[in-house]
Design a protein around this ligand. Sequence first.
Ligand SMILES: [Zn+2]
Length: 132
Amino acid sequence: MKKASDILVGALETEFKTVKAMMEIYCKQQHGSKTLCQSCAALLTYAETKLDRCPYGESKPTCNKCPIHCYKPEQKQQMKAVMRYAGPRMLLPHPILSIRHLIHERRDVPSKPEAGSSNRARRKAKREDKLN
Ligand SMILES: [Zn+2]
């Protein structure tokens, strides 16, 4: 399958795929665009950056259970609207992503993450490894 993100790996990439699928449903039906409109595309890029920087890294809980509030108020409102609308409409077009997300949602929030767990920190560490 084509990679959804150039920077995210593993569970974070799967989560990004889920967000992307939700945004596509939302934008198509609410904004009438075939591909993501400019504002939805910007929000998706914002989400990718946040996933990259999430201190939990791949052990990240689902966003609505997360004790860290990393979104700015405006983006948070936008994303909430997307989730509320697209959440119940995900099951038919994306059964596997939906079920995976529902199972994930029931998991407990992991304890405080260790420093350097974020996708970004690991990406940088990997890059430095290559240089040495
Ligand atoms: Zn849109």
